[in-house]
Design a protein around this ligand. Structure first.
Ligand SMILES: CCCCCCCCC/C=C/C(=O)SCCNC(=O)CCNC(=O)[C@H](O)C(C)(C)COP(=O)(O)OP(=O)(O)OC[C@H]1O[C@@H](n2cnc3c(N)ncnc32)[C@H](O)[C@@H]1OP(=O)(O)O
Ligand SMILES: NC(=O)C1=CN([C@@H]2O[C@H](COP(=O)(O)OP(=O)(O)OC[C@H]3O[C@@H](n4cnc5c(N)ncnc54)[C@H](OP(=O)(O)O)[C@@H]3O)[C@@H](O)[C@H]2O)C=CC1
Length: 264
């Protein structure tokens, strides 16, 4: 539905682009003409992903832990030398693990906060200072989760994603003067590699959530990628500091309260 050359001459960075939703976003941007950089921690699958994505256009990769700002600076160096500019940043890298809050260790809490909040902030600040501010243009899309009613069973990620959503609102205002837009996409339950990390009883809960979803399905990677394309494009030129839910209305339901009983 989008013009085939929508992102011609645009350069996009997709963090966590080696798998799942990030891979799908990278592929969608490439197919519409963008040049794409992907990063992730695991070098071998990252290189494989970039090789496969190169079928659709120019895709380069560099291993990078977004929690380490010096690695993010090195990633910016690569983007500078390869392309000399950056137009779109998709902060997709992230994750967590299921646990009731009282069982989350300090390290477990910090791993999730560092990944989702600190990592997203480091990449955003570094790419803004290196590219978006001097260019006086930029577009940042932060992938969060649906945490509207809290997130029983994943307190760390609920707190982290709420922080990212608030950061998005702040930076959208601070950086509007540089013609930089920021928005969040909040996926519901999406069929992707991320879901493979969940074992029972969460798997059973996911099936239940699918049954109870008013659209009677989980989301697809394409559902999320299409929302990102909209926010990355001039079609959303007057939209900044907001969150687009791609969750088949899950955020309107209270179903997640059931997971409290499952872990009791
Ligand atoms: C419920 C409702 C669902 C409801 C339904 C949900 C609907 C879908 C919503 C969202 C879906 C998705 O996001 S799907 C995407 C999922 N993808 C991911 O999560 C992948 C990325 N995740 C990760 O890399 C990791 O999970 C993350 C912890 C964030 C970072 O990893 P690190 O390598 O830094 O972590 P490690 O060094 O291994 O561990 C650091 C500490 O975290 C603890 N830790 C790590 N994994 C742990 C685990 N499974 N259980 C307990 N504790 C764990 C370790 O024990 C360590 O603490 P100590 O032992 O004390 O030292
Ligand atoms: N699938 C779903 O239902 C939902 C997913 N989301 C979110 O969407 C995003 C993508 O999820 P999905 O594709 O499903 O899951 P994946 O686990 O496949 O994707 C996570 C990606 O992030 C990368 N990553 C994780 N930590 C870091 C880090 N510290 N530095 C750099 N890269 C990192 C991983 O690569 P590597 O391990 O090599 O670093 C991986 O490529 C995540 O933020 C997730 O929480 C949100 C709502 C629902």
């Amino acid at each position: 539905m989008y013009a085939p050359n929508l992102f011609q001459d645009k350069v996009a960075l997709v963090t966590g682009g080696r798998s799942g939703i990030g891979y799908g976003i990278a592929e969608a941007l490439l197919k519409l003409g963008a040049k794409v950089i992907i990063c992730a921690r695991k070098a071998a699958p990252l290189a494989e992903a970039a090789a496969a994505l190169s079928e659709h256009g120019t895709c380069v990769q560099r291993p990078c832990d977004i929690r380490k700002s010096e690695e993010v600076e090195a990633l910016a160096d690569l983007i500078e030398s390869e392309f000399g500019r950056l137009d779109i940043l998709v902060n997709n890298a992230g994750g967590q693990f299921p646990s009731l809050a009282r069982h989350i260790s300090d390290n477990g809490w910090n791993a999730v906060i560092n990944t989702n909040v600190n990592g997203t902030f480091y990449v955003s600040r570094i790419m803004a200072n290196r590219f978006f501010v001097p260019q006086k243009s930029g577009n940042i899309i932060n992938i969060v989760v649906n945490h509207l009613r809290g997130f029983p069973g994943m307190a760390h990620t609920g707190a982290a994603r709420a922080a990212v959503e608030n950061l998005t609102k702040t930076l959208a205002q601070e950086w509007a003067v540089y013609n930089i837009r920021l928005n969040c996409v909040a996926p519901g339950t999406i069929i992707s590699s991320g879901l493979d990390t969940y074992a029972e009883p969460v798997k059973a809960l996911l099936d239940k959530m699918k049954e109870e979803n008013l659209m009677q399905r989980h989301g697809t990677i394409e559902d999320v990628a299409n929302a990102v394309l909209f926010l990355a494009s001039p079609l959303s030129a007057y939209t900044s500091g907001t969150t687009l839910y791609v969750d088949g209305m899950d955020h309107l339901h209270g179903d997640r309260m059931r997971m409290v009983n499952m872990f009791r």
